[in-house]
Design a binder for this molecule. Structure first.
Ligand SMILES: Cc1cc2nc3c(=O)[nH]c(=O)nc-3n(C[C@H](O)[C@H](O)[C@H](O)COP(=O)(O)OP(=O)(O)OC[C@H]3O[C@@H](n4cnc5c(N)ncnc54)[C@H](O)[C@@H]3O)c2cc1C
Length: 205
């Protein structure tokens, strides 16, 4: 059986144990922030790429503003995933085409220059120079639609916080987010129901 290029869910996979064989230059396992951006870069470089994702391919209108629904449907281990070892640390993460970007808050920071300097000087990462990294950030931020939202969609808690900071003369700015069409409904962690958050299934992939 062969698949045309595009997205395919398990529903299309033939029942009865037929083996699906696909050929590509590269197979990327996992379609989250890392996998999707790597797949995009490889495809742009002219390679054929297959991305394999264990979770479902969701559409924004399928998301429900309910924590229990989201944990069950969108979170790895139904929201109970934790680190292994001698102490238990909860490790939330997404499961679906788009990975954790389906459920994250889309807040975007650039690695600060002093941190890049530390990586270069203490950890030998010479290629992380400010100019090169800023060019990478520019490109990525454009692809994932990073903007600062208008105060109207910031949410009451944020507006109160900002008003307080302004009154005290403290510096404070709205966060940049990969959510150019955000309507401020506040359910980012349960899947963005409007598509206003630009998750990597809809940007890089
Ligand atoms: C609730 C929450 C809020 C967050 N908020 C922010 C934020 O505001 N700003 C920010 O910068 N970061 C945020 N993050 C973190 C950010 O989303 C992650 O760091 C990032 O998505 C990690 O990318 P990744 O590719 O490593 O993994 P993921 O994005 O988690 O993708 C991994 C994918 O691989 C799939 N997979 C795993 N194993 C297999 C397998 N064997 N076969 C097939 N598929 C597999 C999974 O199903 C998943 O879809 C948040 C995370 C969470 C959970």
């Amino acid at each position: 059986m062969s698949f045309r290029a595009g997205r395919h869910g398990f529903e299309e996979y033939p029942a009865g144990g037929t083996l699906l064989e696909l050929s590509a230059d590269v197979c990327v396992i996992g379609s989250g922030a890392g996998g999707a951006s790597v797949a995009c870069a490889l495809a742009e470089a002219g390679m054929s790429v297959v991305v394999v994702e264990e979770g479902r391919n969701w559409k924004p209108q399928q998301f429900q503003p309910s924590a229990s629904w989201a944990f069950k449907q969108l979170y790895a281990g139904r929201g109970t995933r934790a680190t292994r070892g001698n102490c238990v640390i909860p490790l939330a993460g997404g499961r679906g085409v788009g990975g954790s970007t389906l459920i994250n808050s889309a807040i975007c920071f650039r690695t600060p220059a002093p941190v890049l300097a530390e990586w270069r000087e203490r950890h030998g990462c010479e290629h992380f120079d400010d100019t090169w990294m800023n060019a990478c950030f520019d490109r990525i931020w454009q692809a994932i639609g990073v903007t600062v939202q208008a105060p109207e969609v910031q949410g009451d808690n944020n507006r109160v916080f900002k008003r307080g900071a302004d009154a005290l003369g403290m510096p404070g700015q709205w966060l940049a987010r990969s959510a150019p069409g955000c309507t401020g409904c506040g359910t980012c962690n349960q899947g963005c129901p409007t598509g206003g958050k630009l998750t990597v299934d809809r940007s890089f992939l």
